[in-house]
Design a protein around this ligand. Structure first.
Ligand code: GTP
Length: 640
């Protein structure tokens, strides 16, 4: 299709503000799906449905017949229209086939709503000219609305502000409008819709045609003359999603910024320096539709002959090996920032866990893992994730799809000791003269103004500093720098409780800074349990140790002897007989009687139930000498 009839756009929003529901309505209006299709076409993975979030990006191509004559967005392309008039008998089409000119190709990109996946969001925003910024009228702007807004502004997108859920009794359209106008939008450009009932969604589609510019190869993001030189002759396609199909090979979803792609073409990936061939080309409608060629301005997918997902990365540029374009900007490796250890409860499940991780990795380039061997926990893996949600989804998939029972240790981050990166608390052994660094994140908090005092205090307590704050409507946006370690553990819960649940936050890892940290070993029955060790700030060690030990006392079941639980620094020195310090100690009392003893009388069902429960509970325990430590104890740190 002529570029001038293409509109590429994304939908961005805070979690649950209605992206997927709106996408469903748009697809219905464009006739892509019947009204009775399964709810939320774009959230296809079973787990995604359960978490209610969109993980995988997908692009859907739709056909829309607009009522709009001469959209504003096309005015700047008048020369292009005139050119194509003379070249393609456009005048004839114009007078006789009027409607042909009002038919548009819409490429709708769905973006994941969670901060763990913000790099993918940034790459899909780099693939479009415009975006719908959806705000739930019952919630107003949230932190993630703002971070998406900033990403979209940085990508120079044309934004259409949309207030959703206007059908709901709790909708506060006036307040939400005020928040959007505070962001710089004009009152009359805000479209108010109900994605549920479909009200005003057609109007929104016309607004897309009217406002979002058609792809214009002379306005490439990086203005690279080698790609464009006026004709977009060299192939430059940005990958914004890639996945491995077990039968076909890697499938990359791309946006063409220059040139064209044909089935059979040799292709080259600039960042990974790998080669491949185009086996098939197509786009989703949402069913796959295969085509012989994709052209500049279009969005679609390539089926490659490549079997290794790590060679086809999000953000990379696809080009022709014989006529290479420059790389499109913005590529970086998806780097894991949060690390957890996974140990199978049954040692014999280790190979199964390795196979499971290997298979997960095939379709998840951001997942990183390496074998880990622990004296107390046996053989397992240290696994790196983009964030805690990414971690919990992966854990669930391992458990569900591979039937594994897993002990997961508390999350940690990368530390740099004298230039060497480590990601396990057990390896955290700096000398007194070592230079220790930890990762920092820039966080954006969005909350009603009256909570500023509490938020300020929380950030201070978490070793952070506020860099900027401004009012937006009745709310406040606060930007701060804070150690990543502090936000992993308890930050969001604290923020929610300090602000009666009204605050939302988002973060982005920025840099490494010097830190005064210490390793806290936890001894259970006088033996250190590796999975319980924590790296924490020196001046918080004592308070933290006391809280953790008290929590562990609650989480570790009683045994038939009293069990001491201790928090210790410099354990190696204690062992050696010099230095070291016990910061906290609790004793788990021995149990006195059978758990069922109190169930006097003959209520067998209750008794069996209790025993069953106990048996089930046992599944998630790991034995350490005399003591059984349950999964909850390993994550107790998250509840401090
Ligand atoms: P993520 O994929 O998690 O980011 O969520 P999302 O933004 O795609 O939100 P989703 O479309 O899943 O909507 C969240 C919830 O709001 C669902 O229960 C929808 O049914 C509901 N919802 C969405 N739009 C509307 C609307 O206009 N009116 C009403 N009443 N409910 C809506």
């Amino acid at each position: 299709m002529d570029q001038i009839r293409i509109r590429n756009f994304a939908i961005i929003a805070h979690i649950d503000h209605g992206k997927s529901t709106l996408a469903d309505r748009i697809m219905e209006i464009c006739g892509a799906v019947g009204a009775k299709h399964e709810e939320q076409m774009l959230d296809s993975l079973e787990l995604e449905r359960e978490h209610g979030i969109t993980i995988k990006l997908k692009a859907i191509r739709l056909t829309y017949r607009s009522q709009i004559q001469n959209p504003k967005s096309e005015k700047r392309n008048n020369t292009q229209i005139q050119n194509s008039n003379s070249q393609n008998n456009f005048e004839f089409r114009d007078s006789n086939l009027e409607f042909a000119d009002s038919v548009y190709q819409l490429n709708l990109l769905d973006t994941p709503g969670h901060v763990d996946f913000s790099y993918e969001v940034s790459r899909s925003l780099a693939s479009v000219e415009g975006a719908l910024l959806i705000v739930d009228a019952t919630q107003g702007i949230q932190a993630q609305t703002l971070s998406n807004f900033n990403l979209a502004m940085n990508a120079n997108l044309t934004l259409i502000p949309v207030i959703n859920k206007i059908d709901m009794p709790a909708a506060d359209v006036v307040k939400t409008t005020k928040e959007l106008t505070d962001l710089g939008f004009k009152d009359d450009e805000i479209i108010k819709v109900s994605a549920k009932t479909g009200e005003n969604v057609e109007k929104l589609l016309d607004e897309i045609i009217e406002k979002i510019p058609a792809p214009d190869s002379s306005a490439l993001p990086q203005n690279d003359p080698s790609i464009n030189s006026g004709h977009g002759s060299k192939l430059a396609a940005l990958i914004f999603d890639s996945s491995l199909d077990p039968y076909k090979g890697v499938i990359a979803t791309i946006r063409l910024f220059g040139g064209s792609l044909k089935v059979g073409d040799e292709i080259y990936f600039l960042a990974t320096k790998s080669r491949g061939q185009v086996l098939q080309l197509g786009y989703l409608t949402p069913k796959p539709h295969y085509t012989e060629e994709l052209n500049v301005g279009e969005v679609g997918f390539i089926v490659t002959n490549i079997k290794d997902l790590s060679l086809v990365k999000v953000g990379d540029t696809v080009t022709h090996p014989k006529e290479m374009a420059n790389a499109l900007p913005g590529y970086h490796e998806a780097r894991p920032v949060v690390f957890l250890s996974f140990f199978p409860i049954e040692a014999s499940d280790y190979p199964k866990m390795r196979d499971g991780l290997e298979k997960l990795k095939l379709n998840d380039a951001a997942l990183a893992y390496s074998p880990e061997s622990s004296i107390s926990l046996g053989q397992g893996f240290r696994v790196g994730f983009l964030g805690l949600l990414h971690a919990s989804i992966s854990q669930e998939r391992l458990e569900r799809e591979y039937g594994l029972d897993i002990i997961v240790t508390s999350p940690s981050v990368n530390f740099i000791i004298d230039g060497k990166t480590i990601n396990k608390p057990s390896e955290f052994n700096p000398t007194p003269n070592s230079e220790v660094k930890e990762p920092y994140a820039k966080i954006t908090i969005f909350a009603p103004q009256q909570y500023f005092g509490q938020i300020n205090e929380l950030i201070y307590n978490k070793r952070g500093t506020i860099e900027h704050s401004e009012n937006i409507g009745a709310s406040q946006k606060i930007e701060a720098n804070i150690p990543l370690l502090e936000i992993l553990i308890g930050f969001y819960d604290d923020l929610k409780s300090q602000t009666s649940g009204y605050a939302s936050f988002d973060f982005e890892v920025t840099d490494y800074r010097p830190a005064k940290l210490v390793k806290l070993d936890i001894l259970v029955n006088s033996e250190p349990v590796e999975g319980l060790a924590q790296v924490i700030p020196v001046d918080k060690a004592e308070e933290f140790g006391k809280k953790l030990v008290a929590k562990l006392k609650d989480e570790i079941p009683r045994q038939n002897i009293p069990i001491p639980v201790q928090a210790v620094i410099n354990y190696a020195k204690i062992k050696g007989g010099v230095g070291g310090k016990i910061l906290a100690r609790e004793t788990i009392a021995a149990y006195r009687k059978d758990v069922t003893a109190k169930l006097y009388g003959g209520d067998v069902t209750r008794k069996t139930k209790l025993l069953d429960k106990q048996k089930k509970g046992k599944k998630r325990m790991k034995r350490f000498g005399n003591v059984e430590i349950p999964q909850e104890a390993f994550l107790a740190v998250l509840k401090i």
